[in-house]
Design a protein around this ligand. Sequence first.
Ligand SMILES: [Zn+2]
Length: 132
Amino acid sequence: MSDYKVHKPDAEWRAQLDDMQYRVTRHAATERAFTGKFWDHFEDGTYQCVCCGAPLFDARTKFDAGCGWPSYFEPIRGGIIERVMDHSHGMVRVEVRCQDCGAHLGHVFDDGPAPTGERFCINSAAIDFKPR
Ligand SMILES: [Zn+2]
């Protein structure tokens, strides 16, 4: 386990977050495709961790992957996203978490567009939007 900068007892996360936010970020649930707030959201601004407010993604790196989840080709700057091997559901995937609080965000795949070739597939419930 990593040592996260932001620690809160489970009861505090539960009180702070709504049910979907809590299940996604603290228990790695996945929201259903095309149901989140941000899969179809293309305003200019930044996306932050819904749990601790850490900046995660810039709207300029968002693209329409057609998958029903917000998709980005890179994190807002190196290091704020933690990558963890995930062997759940019989698959080998790379989970991405907020490096500051350990919130589950989604997964990263290697079929994204240039310049990175990566696709960060993120749950809307794990992020908040701040207009520029
Ligand atoms: Zn966080």
